[in-house]
Ligand binder design. Structure first.
Ligand SMILES: [Mg+2]
Length: 204
């Protein structure tokens, strides 16, 4: 198997875990609709899709949620509900640090939004040690849409098997395979680290 020239990491459930349950409980405390309805509005929803493809700013997203829920908190408190929901996955952060020590360029490739990124950027130093970030809301496109994969190829200057890509979602991995990337479905840090060792990519 060809030695990759760059490593592309998904963010959510690969480098940080997250729990929208926290967001929904905090919003619910100041809203007039049920937790179930809030979940439908927020989690994997058309509204979140518009936010994460950059079609809505954070202020516009706030206004849309407030109109749908009667949320009475202010904008800063609303932003907090979407920020403090992450837990770093230390074994994967360590894997990334080792790949950097080996001199490999590394990229974040994420369906995400400006509130999450602002928080992770401030809170978790590992995020700033990547070569570059490909973030859905900055490119008006979400994985598995091919357009966002083209941005990765443009930013890295690599394509096909020169890219090794880790993601926990099968549809995103399938889109990577379709472009000829070395794409690996991430299930556990242990399994991913073992595979990278077997392929001779992780040497330290
Ligand atoms: Mg993910």
């Amino acid at each position: 198997m060809k030695t990759p020239q760059a490593i592309v990491f998904d963010l959510g459930k690969v480098l940080v875990d997250f729990d929208y349950g926290i967001t929904i409980r905090r919003l619910h405390a100041k809203s007039r609709i049920s937790e179930a309805d809030l979940r439908q509005l927020i989690d994997q929803s058309p509204l979140l899709y518009r936010f994460e493809t950059g079609l809505l700013t954070a202020a516009e997203f706030f206004t849309a949620v407030r109109e749908a829920t009667g949320y009475t908190g202010d904008f800063a408190e609303f932003c907090d509900c979407f920020s403090d929901i992450f837990t770093p996955i230390d074994a994967m952060i360590e894997l990334h640090a080792r790949l950097r020590e080996q001199g490999l360029p590394t990229y974040i490739f994420s369906n995400t939004n400006e509130l999450a990124v602002r928080h992770i950027h401030e809170r978790y130093p590992f995020f700033r040690t990547f070569t570059r970030h490909v973030l859905s809301y900055e490119h008006k496109s979400m994985k598995p849409d091919a357009r966002l994969y083209e941005v990765v190829e443009e930013f890295t200057g690599h394509r096909g098997p020169d890219l090794l890509y880790l993601d926990d979602r099968a549809e995103n991995i399938a889109a990577g395979h379709a472009r000829g990337w070395q794409a690996l479905l991430h299930e556990t840090p242990h399994a991913t680290v073992a595979t990278l060792r077997e392929r001779g990519i992780l040497r330290l």
